[in-house]
Design a binder for this molecule. Sequence first.
Ligand code: NDP
Length: 286
Amino acid sequence: MTLILDGKKIQKKIADELRERVNKLKKTPTLVIFSLKPEPSSLLYIESKKEFGANVGCSVEHIELESSISFEGIGGKIKEKNEDPEVDGVMIQLPFGSSNRTSKLLDLIHPSKDVDGLSAGNLASLFRGEEKILPATTRGILEMLSFYNLSIEGKKAVIVGRSNLVGRPTAATFTNRDATVVVCHSKTRNLVEEVLSADLVVSATGVPGLISSGMMHSEQIVLDVGISVGEEGSVKGDVDFQSALKTTMAVSPVPGGLGPLTVASLFLNLVDIAEGKVGHRQRLEG
Ligand code: NDP
């Protein structure tokens, strides 16, 4: 029978652990989230972060900026939070305008407060195999695999999607854990064969149903990062979940899979920072 990888259950376990860790701290871990108006989907994601943060005893400040604000204007606000000793983590809720400008802004977040792990410094550490602060979705993937004792070492992993947010950092993280990794994207010629050859699949494209029945097999673990909201408001992943249930060894659902773990992992990163820890590879492997 196919194992359904339950992100909500793991989120609850992480929340219990975080509450205990936060209780031992002398301060309230504080996260600042910048977002750009008008971005209704961002507001939903930020709400879920606020809710989870409150649940584990962390403070979340949301700063919503006008879309007309200049690069210097945003940069000044980021620097202010970099220098504020009360603030532990600073992040930019994506999308945040042009990708070029966003990358430059992400690099203004001080590496020690880069709670989403997306600045050039943190990504460089990851690609060097040093892993300081992992991007939240990538950490969520590791948390999910670790919870179910699903190993990465030696596996053939196929990552579909090559964004800086999910695909690339996940590929680097799997490489660091001794998987053999193939990264696929919209120009990949033989996606069916590539995915079918994998022991471990991570799909992060936002194309609903992209990973279909003929691409999956009975020894496969399939992790679905994709989130697409249909016109009728239904949320779908990249994976044909009903087919995966009949075909695979394990699959994560959407919703209820990696979404809750991305939120929880952001707060694992925040509390690591507040505790003065950077790097958590040992914890995830142990
Ligand atoms: P991007 O749009 O930045 O990247 C999408 C990637 O998918 C690109 O690399 C693109 O290829 C690839 N792709 C698109 N179409 C195909 C196709 N037909 N075949 C193969 N590859 C394809 O998205 P993100 O990485 O930011 O997000 C991906 C998905 O994950 C979205 O649905 C997003 O909502 C979701 N997400 C979910 C999170 C969670 O918490 N569960 C967190 C973050 C994101 P190319 O590079 O060639 O264009």
